[in-house]
Write a protein that binds this ligand. Structure first.
Ligand SMILES: Nc1ncnc2c1ncn2[C@@H]1O[C@H](COP(=O)(O)OP(=O)(O)OP(=O)(O)O)[C@@H](O)[C@H]1O
Length: 370
């Protein structure tokens, strides 16, 4: 159930404005703006070192900002210490207390708030029930699996009824299958309780799976902030194209520009694309692999692009097959077919044609920040 209020019915629940943070001459966050609506599940996605954890810890009150403001639930919290923000954090390593059992771990935040063991009983049992760990209440932490420890960490975070739940790579220590199960479970749990949460992850599939919106971060700034489909189908920058999902990527030079239609030369042939560049501009052409066919796509020839290369590899991944063409430099020639498409394809070394629609072609300036 989606308990997220429709946009416009409430103001920003978390509102981070103009945040800057430097360590000596290393600017980790650069005049960053970031906001979350009440009930939203948002991911901070980006490569290692881009500043995700620093932003999360700043919202939690564990790191101070050099400048800028943070408002949460209609309160200015910029200089409030962590324990006065009513924010819970689930850390990557769970940070459970090994000398306490499951029940004592979950009740820890309530003890810190002065609640007696008797007063804690009901909320702790409710929190354990939420994560389906009631039967483990008396177990020592050391006798739990990784997934069970993660559930305890979530129960401990939720038992204090936080205004905001922050999760720093919460699934990264789990194997792929368990991670996927936990993503589905946690998303359903947060939705059903209307909890506002911010996840930090460097895993784009995880961000796409769990989030209402994703903020893609690069070098201390947010490159794009939007819904998973928006980011995937309309990446605002070549960095987002690269970081979210796979893509065919070709370096090119604009030969001519007529209205909004560009003619671009690439190492594999000329193509046509919509865009706003002048002749001579160096560009990066991007196309999502599932929009490309090995051979001409359906439709009129004028509406299609076609490049030819030598088939270099075919990877059958079960539900889909990736077909690669030999490419030079940073170029990547790839298309995706559903199912075990490899049967009947020419062998490596044969020529292969990649075809796609003009309107599915994305064009960016060639230079971009790494
Ligand atoms: N206490 C600190 N002192 C000095 N530099 C720091 C400190 N904390 C973080 N940094 C630097 O800030 C930058 C951003 O770190 P941060 O942990 O926020 O990145 P991240 O995007 O979360 O990366 P990862 O995915 O690897 O955790 C890095 O260059 C890091 O070395």
């Amino acid at each position: 159930m989606n308990t997220r209020p429709p946009q416009g019915e409430c103001g920003m629940y978390l509102d981070v404005k103009g945040i800057t943070k430097s360590y000596r001459d290393n600017t980790v966050l650069d005049k960053l703006d970031f906001s979350v609506l009440k009930g939203e599940l948002v991911s901070l996605l980006g490569p290692s070192g881009c500043g995700k954890t620093t932003l999360l810890r700043m919202v939690a009150g564990l790191v101070s900002a050099d400048s800028g403001t943070i408002r949460l639930a209609e309160r200015e919290v910029t200089t409030l210490p962590a324990h006065r923000r009513n924010v819970s954090v689930v850390f990557q390593n769970y940070a459970l207390f090994p000398h306490l059992n499951v029940r004592e771990n979950v009740g820890f935040g309530l003890s810190a708030r002065g609640m007696t063991k008797a007063q804690q009983k009901v909320p702790v049992e409710e929190a354990l029930a939420l994560v389906r760990m009631e039967q483990y209440a008396d177990r020592p932490i050391s006798a739990l699996s990784g997934g069970q420890q993660q559930r305890v960490a979530v129960a401990r975070a939720l038992v204090v009824a936080p205004d905001l739940l922050l999760l720093d790579e919460p699934f990264s220590a789990l194997d792929r299958k368990l991670r996927e199960t936990m993503q589905v479970e946690l998303k359903a749990l947060l939705r059903s309780r209307g909890i506002t949460a911010v996840f930090v992850t460097h895993d784009q599939e995880e961000a796409l799976a769990v989030s209402d919106r994703i903020a893609v971060m690069n070098a201390g700034r947010i490159e794009q902030y939007g819904g998973p489909m928006d980011l995937y189908s309309k990446p605002a920058t070549s960095f987002v194209l690269d970081f979210v999902g796979m893509s065919m990527r070709l370096a090119g030079t604009v030969k001519s520009a007529e209205g909004r239609l560009l003619r671009i030369s690439t190492a594999y042939g000329d193509i046509t694309a919509p865009g706003n560049f002048i002749a001579g501009a160096r560009v990066l052409v991007g196309v999502r692999p599932e929009l490309i066919s090995p051979g001409l796509p359906q439709g009129s020839p004028e509406a299609t692009n076609r490049v030819t290369a030598t088939l270099s590899d075919v990877m059958c991944l079960g539900a889909k097959t990736l077909i690669y063409g030999a490419a030079s430099g940073d170029d990547c020639l790839v298309c995706e077919e559903s199912g075990a498409y490899a049967i009947g394809l020419p062998s490596a070394g044969s020529p292969v044609t990649f075809g796609w629609r003009v309107e599915d072609t994305l064009v960016y300036p060639a230079e971009h920040r790494q």
